[in-house]
Design a protein around this ligand. Structure first.
Ligand SMILES: *Cc1c(COP(=O)(O)O)cnc(C)c1O
Length: 418
C-alpha cells in the first residue's frame, strides 16, 4: 500500500475500531429489527467501490457530465434487473433512500396544500405518509386512516369513507409496523372511485414481493416506492416503480426536482442485490422469512404474549407485553442486554406514549438470512419469555447473551467477518 493511501485501520484507528465493534455486534447478537438485514459481501463490495467518486446528474445517455461510460451501464443494468424482478414498466433507482423516494412522489403529483391520505403512524404507517411532524404532514393537508378497534386490521370501510369525503390527490398504502397482507386491489378500487393516484410503499416487504411471499402491487398501484435495504437485502437506498404514463413525472421529480447526483456506488449495490434476488434461492428465503415469523408468533402466543392480530402474514410481528407486567421499552432494553436486538413499538390504540409504549416489534429477515429456522424461532421465544420474567436480573441476562452468542456462532452471517 503506498504511503499516501493507507488502509482504514492505519489512517483512522478510531473509526476502524468502531466498524470492527459493529461487525462483532452483528455477528454475536440476534438481530430482530424488522427493517434490518444482512447485505451480502458482494453488495457491500459494490457499495464500497470507486463508483462513489462519480458525479452523473441526469439519466443514462442524458447526463450533464462527461465520463459516464461505466456509470450508464451500471444504472441500466440495475434498472433492467429490477424490471425483470418486479415486472414494472418503468424503474427509477436514484432515490437516496425510502423517504426521498416518497418525497419525489409528492413532488411529481401534488402542489403544497393538496390533500393526501395515508395510514396513521400509531396504526403502523410511516412518517412520510402524512404524519404531522413530517414535511409530508406540514406541506400537505393530511388525512390519516387507521385500523379497526376489534381486530387491529386496516379498515377499508374507513379508507373509502374518508377518501369520498376528502378526495385526496394521493392515496398511500404501505406499512412499517403491520403484520398482515395488504389488499392492493381494494385500495385500487377506492382510488379509482375518487380519482386519486394510488401509491404503494413496499419499503419493508419488497423482498417478500419479488420473492413471491406477498402479493405485488406492481401493475395495480400507479406508483410503487421502496427502500432497497430491508427484506430486499441491498445497500441503503430507494427505488420507484411506475406505469409508463407516469415515468417522465417521476424521473423529473427525482432529478432535478429533489436530488442532484445519484449515488452510483449504491446503484451498483442495488444491481447486485437484484441479481441475488433473481436467483431461485431468494424465493426460498422469502418464504422462510414468513414461515419463521409465523412460527415465532405461534410460540409467543402459546407463552401468553399478546400477539397483535393473533399472528402474521409477513416478516414481522407486533407484540403487546402489557399483560406480562413490563413496558415495551423495558423489555427491549433488557433483551438488548441479553443479546437480542429489537425495537419498542406502539400497538394500535396504545394508551402509553410512543417513547415508552406497550409493545415490541419483531422481524425475522436478518435471522432468516443467517439460515435460522423453526427450531431457532422456538428457542428465541423461550429466551424472550425468560427475559420478560426477570428483566432486571443482570446475571440471568448475561447467561442468555452467552447462549445467544453460541447459537449465532453456528449461523455465519453474510457480509460479516470475525
Ligand atoms: C423504512 C420505510 C421508509 C423510509 O425509508 P428510509 O430509507 O428510512 O428513508 C418509507 N416507508 C416505509 C413504509 C418504511 O417502512
Amino acid at each position: 500500500m503506498p504511503a499516501f493511501d493507507p488502509a482504514l485501520a492505519e489512517s483512522d484507528p478510531e473509526i476502524s475500531r468502531l466498524v470492527a465493534e459493529e461487525n462483532r455486534l452483528e455477528h454475536d447478537k440476534l438481530r430482530l429489527i424488522a427493517s434490518e438485514n444482512y447485505a451480502s459481501r458482494a453488495v457491500m463490495e459494490a457499495t464500497g467501490s470507486v463508483l462513489t467518486n462519480k458525479y452523473s446528474e441526469g439519466y443514462a445517455h442524458k447526463r450533464y457530465y462527461e465520463g459516464q461510460q461505466v456509470v450508464d451501464q451500471v444504472e441500466e443494468l440495475a434498472i433492467a434487473r429490477l424490471k425483470q424482478l418486479f415486472g414494472a414498466d418503468h424503474v427509477n433507482v436514484q432515490p437516496y433512500s425510502g423517504s426521498p423516494a416518497n418525497l419525489a412522489v409528492y413532488l411529481a403529483f401534488c402542489a403544497p396544500g393538496d390533500t393526501i391520505m395515508g395510514l396513521a403512524l400509531p396504526a403502523g404507517g410511516h412518517l412520510t405518509h402524512g404524519h404531522s411532524v413530517s414535511i409530508t404532514g406540514k406541506y400537505f393537508k393530511s388525512v390519516q386512516y387507521g385500523v379497526r378497534k376489534d381486530d387491529h386490521r386496516i379498515d377499508l370501510d374507513e379508507v373509502r369513507a374518508l377518501a369520498r369525503q376528502h378526495r385526496p390527490k394521493l392515496l398511500w398504502c404501505g406499512t412499517t409496523a403491520y403484520p398482515r397482507t395488504l389488499d392492493f386491489g381494494a385500495f385500487r378500487a377506492i382510488a379509482d372511485e375518487v380519482g386519486a393516484i394510488l401509491v404503494a410503499d413496499i419499503a419493508h416487504i419488497s423482498g417478500l414481493v419479488c420473492g413471491g411471499a406477498h402479493p405485488s402491487p406492481v401493475g395495480i398501484a400507479d406508483v410503487v416506492t421502496s427502500t432497497t435495504h430491508k427484506t430486499f437485502r441491498g445497500p441503503r437506498g430507494g427505488m420507484i416503480f411506475c406505469k409508463k404514463e407516469h415515468a417522465a413525472a417521476i424521473d423529473r421529480a427525482v432529478f432535478p426536482g429533489l436530488q442532484g447526483g445519484p449515488h452510483n456506488h449504491v446503484t451498483a449495490g442495488i444491481a447486485v442485490a437484484a441479481r441475488e434476488a433473481l436467483a431461485p434461492e431468494f424465493k426460498t428465503y422469502a418464504a422462510r422469512v414468513v414461515e419463521n415469523a409465523r412460527t415465532l408468533a405461534a410460540a409467543l402466543a402459546e407463552r401468553g404474549f399478546g400477539v397483535i392480530t393473533g399472528g402474521t402474514d409477513n416478516h414481522l410481528l407486533l407484540v403487546d407485553v402489557t399483560s406480562k407486567g413490563v413496558t415495551g421499552k423495558q423489555l427491549a432494553q433488557a433483551l438488548d442486554r441479553a443479546g437480542i436486538v429489537l425495537n419498542y413499538n406502539s400497538v394500535p390504540f396504545d394508551p402509553r406514549k410512543p417513547f415508552d409504549p406497550s409493545g415490541v416489534r419483531i422481524g425475522t429477515p436478518a435471522m432468516t438470512t443467517r439460515g435460522m429456522g423453526k427450531d431457532e424461532m422456538r428457542a428465541l421465544a423461550g429466551w424472550i419469555d425468560r427475559v420478560t420474567q426477570a428483566p432486571g436480573d443482570e446475571a440471568g441476562l448475561a447467561k442468555i447473551a452467552a447462549e445467544v452468542k453460541d447459537l449465532c456462532a453456528k449461523f455465519p452471517a453474510p457480509g460479516i467477518r470475525v
